[in-house]
Design a protein around this ligand. Structure first.
Ligand code: UDP
Length: 244
């Protein structure tokens, strides 16, 4: 293959073109950022770990009839994906109150929500990823109400499947962020990644509010043992995929 063309470099991944215009190559990096990139660092081995976790979860969701952009992992930190146009909305699903939900509503961290909350944020570093309302989404002409309904239904289905998967890993799925894309035929596909960078994951057998944390909050809040927590998630997820 000729020298691959770099299409985009994000905070955690680099996207390359391949010889096939329908396929892109994502390289996962060890770089970590938080608070809209105001905090920066490296988590050793994170690129490989997040790539492997995402591959396992997308494989599992594919088996559950959820279409994803995932194709395969030619190298431990590289993922081949179907080319899609990313919809500029971050879809956050919450089962338990944490993070910005607590900061913005005063709900106590750890409160189990009566039903899953689905929220939409505008993917814009410049604007600081603001929370969107349905009306703002339509006002901004981002997507139609039909497409939004399709996204919400898919996000809820993904949540149900991921909750039961992580439960079998002895991990509580607190909240997570999803991104969706459209392929050339305008089919909706789950895209981007699902990893400890994009989920809050708590060890089910640990009630201590600090030591139970198995996700990027360890980096955000300087809790230490970041690599070990990510490795533990990887081990449990890969073992569970094998068993299922
Ligand atoms: N999240 C993400 N990328 C973002 C913002 C949030 O992956 O740009 C994830 C985050 O890791 C958490 C969930 O979405 O699992 C909800 O994040 P929240 O709105 O609570 O924001 P935070 O507290 O991280 O600022």
């Amino acid at each position: 293959m000729s020298q691959p063309e770099k299409l985009y470099e994000g905070k955690a991944k680099i996207l390359y073109a391949t010889d096939n215009p329908e396929i892109l190559l994502t390289v996962y990096k060890d770089d970590a950022t938080a608070f809209n990139a105001q905090k920066r660092g490296q988590i050793k081995g994170k690129g490989q770990i997040n790539c492997q976790i995402t591959a396992a979860l997308f494989t599992w969701l594919g088996l559950m009839d959820i279409p994803t952009h995932y194709i395969d992992t030619p190298e431990p930190n590289q993922m081949r994906v179907k080319a899609v146009t990313i919809i500029p909305i971050e879809v956050v699903v919450r089962n338990i109150a944490a993070g910005s939900l607590c900061r913005q509503t005063g709900l106590p961290e750890g409160k189990v929500l009566p039903s899953a909350l689905v929220e939409y944020y505008y993917k814009s570093d410049e604007l600081g990823d603001p929370l969107l309302t349905r009306d703002r989404i339509f006002l901004m002409n981002i997507i139609t109400s039909q497409r939004l309904e399709e996204i919400e239904n898919m996000a809820r289905k993904i949540n149900k499947n991921l909750q039961s998967f992580f439960d079998k890993c002895d991990i509580t799925l607190v909240d997570f962020k999803l991104e969706f894309g459209l392929d050339a035929q305008q089919n909706l596909l789950l895209a981007d990644e699902i990893s400890p960078d994009t989920c809050r994951l708590w060890d089910k057998n640990d009630v201590d509010p600090q030591s139970r944390v198995m996700d990027k909050d360890r980096f955000r809040k300087d809790l230490g043992q970041v690599e070990a927590a990510y490795q533990q998630v990887q081990q449990r997820v890969l073992a569970q995929l094998k068993n299922s």
